[in-house]
Write a protein that binds this ligand. Sequence first.
Ligand SMILES: *Cc1c(COP(=O)(O)O)cnc(C)c1O
Length: 356
Amino acid sequence: MAIPVTMADILHSVPAEDKLGFGTIFTDHMFVMDYEAEKGWHSPRIVPYEKFGVYPSNMTLHYGQAIFEGIKAFRTEDDRIVVFRVNDYLNRFNQSADHLCIPRIDVREVKQGLFQLLEIEKKWVPSKLGTALYIRPFIIATDPYVGVKVSDTYRLFIILSPVGAYYAAGFNPVSIKVEDKYVRATPGGLGEAKTPANYAMSLRAQVEAKKEGYTQVLWLDAIHRKYIEEVGTMNILFKINGEIITPALNGSILSGITRRTVLEVARDWGVKATERQISIEEVYEAHDKGTLEEVFGSGTAAVISPVGELSWKGKKITINNNQTGETAHKLFDYITGLQYGKQEDKFGWVETVTKL
Ligand SMILES: *Cc1c(COP(=O)(O)O)cnc(C)c1O
C-alpha cells in the first residue's frame, strides 16, 4: 500500500555537487510515523521537511530517550539509485530501540517508506564519486512530562541530506589522540546503541583533542583504560603482521556495518581478519617491533579513514610513514566500487531503489 504524500509548496533546486559539505542541506520531504501504546506504530506519511512543535516538557529534551541511524544512498554510473546494506542498518535501529526502551519498528514498513521517499527525492542523490544522499532515520520520545520514565508516545522521522565527498582534499591519514582521561561507554551501558547519550559523553574529550591538534579521539575501555574500543564515529582496525585485528564487540562498542563489511571483504580476499580484545600497549609494541603495518577507521560517512599518527600519554607513533596503507586503499576502492555499481555485488548488499 502506498503511503500518503503531502507535497511541499516550494521545491528547492539541487545544490552544486562541489558545495555539499556534510549535514547542512536537507531535501524537501521527510518520512514520519507515530507511536502510541494503544495503536502501535501508525500513520506513516511523507510530508514537507519543516519545523515541528513539541512542548518544552518534551521528554527527549530532558532525558535523551532517542535513537538514530546513518545510511547512504548512491547514484550509479547507469543512473540507478541504490542503497547499501539497508536491512542491516534498520535491524541495528531495532537493537538500539531495545536499549532505550523504545518500541521496535517493522523493518519492512519503514523500508517501504524510505524507498517511497527516495523515489520522490531522487533528483537530490548526487552523482560524483564520494558524494551520496545521507539518510538519517531517528526516533524521539514525545510525552510532555518532566518525570523520569519511559515515554508512552514516539515519533519516527527519516530526513535526507546530500553530502559531499569526505576526501575532497584527498585520501589523507588523520592524527588521533588515544584518550586516557575521559571514557565514552561502560560495560552494561549504552555503548552499542546509536543514541545521542554516547555523543554527549564524547564532546568534552573531542574539544580538548581538537585544541591539541588531533582530529578525533580513540577511546579505551572504561575499567582498565587499556583495551581499545573505537573512535567515536568510527570503528578501528589494525593491520599487524599481515593480519587485520579489530576489537571484539563487547557491549560498549558500536557494531558498525562498515566494520562488518571490511571483515567480510577481507576474509573473502583470504586476509586473516580477527575480532578480539587488543590493548594499546600491544599496538605500541607492534609499532616498536616494526609489525604495525596500518591503522584505519571504518564508518558510513568516510567508509575507510586511514590513521597516520597515534598519540597516547604524550607518546606519538607514526604509522606507515603517515601514508595511506595498501589495505586501506584497496578496501576503500572495493567498497565504494560496490556502492557506485562499478564492482559486481557478489554479497547481495546493494539494492536498487529506482532509476532516474
Ligand atoms: C555509527 C557509528 C559507527 C560506525 O558505524 P557504521 O555502521 O559503519 O556507520 C561507529 N561508532 C559509533 C559510535 C557510531 O555511532
